[in-house]
Design a protein around this ligand. Structure first.
Ligand SMILES: [Fe+2]
Length: 249
């Protein structure tokens, strides 16, 4: 099973809209073009939130248009910059799915909503944690990947950790109790992260637009380029990934 992880495109209705100097439509298009010219053949796209920046339906339309060209299922979860009702209206039909689950081979992928309305930090609602547990319990898949927006662990960056996930420990405890969760992927942090806790690989992929400076106490933009990640999950539960920086973006 191969997953193309894209996150935090922060699109605008205006295709020339820029976030801290990055024209986000152009950088997402560059990332997609880079993937298309590579030799990694994904089975699906995981898109872990902050799809839009300006609360517009048009920006979701741009996301739909750019990603439909990949001819792959696109597995979406919302981020704190998303507008849930717009996202559900525009990205509900194939190839897109919203906070859904899918089983491929020995693997189950579960997307969960980690957002807390009206603020940048997240908290996974009890109903979402229950849905995660029930979906895993109902599946015969041997291995599970969880997709969410917020980081379940601190990034050791003061400002970023102040807008992290309130109940990351609870999430990890309940995901760990399922016994089959091998990996959780997320966005929000606009930087690379690859660690393991209690047997669960925790992976953040940098944004398809602007990055944040790692380990900074105060907000700071990094000068690293747009990025995406290729994730390969084996039938035995092992996982390998390659982070790709798109210099031309
Ligand atoms: Fe973001």
């Amino acid at each position: 099973m191969r997953v193309l992880h894209l996150t935090d495109p922060h699109l605008f209705a205006d295709r020339n809209g820029a976030l801290r100097g990055a024209v986000t439509y152009a950088t997402l298009r560059s990332v997609i073009e880079h993937y298309r010219h590579g030799d990694f053949a994904a089975d699906l796209v995981a898109l872990t939130g902050d799809i839009i920046q300006d609360d517009s339906a048009e920006a979701y339309g741009h996301c739909r248009d750019l990603l439909t060209a990949l001819d792959l299922p696109v597995f979406c979860v919302p981020g704190n910059h998303d507008v849930r009702h717009l996202m559900r209206d525009i990205l509900p039909a194939p190839p897109f799915s919203y906070c859904d689950s899918v089983a491929i081979g020995n693997w189950l992928i579960v997307g969960i909503d980690s957002c807390s309305s009206g603020r940048p930090g997240g908290k996974i609602a009890e109903r979402e944690l229950c849905r995660m547990e029930d979906t895993i319990a109902a599946s015969s898949a041997k291995h599970v990947m969880i997709c969410l927006h917020h980081p379940p662990v601190p990034m050791h960056s003061k400002w970023l950790d102040s807008v992290g996930l309130d109940n990351g420990d609870e999430f990890l405890e309940r995901a760990g109790s399922a016994g089959r969760v091998r990996i959780a992927i997320f966005g929000h942090v606009h930087q690379d992260h690859d660690a393991e806790r209690d047997g669960i690989r925790l992976i953040a992929t940098p944004s398809t637009c602007r990055q944040f400076l790692p380990h900074s106490d105060e907000f700071a933009v990094d000068d690293r380029p747009p990025a995406y990640r290729c994730i390969e999950m084996q039938p035995d539960g092992s996982v390998s990934t390659e982070l790709i920086w798109v210099e031309s973006g």
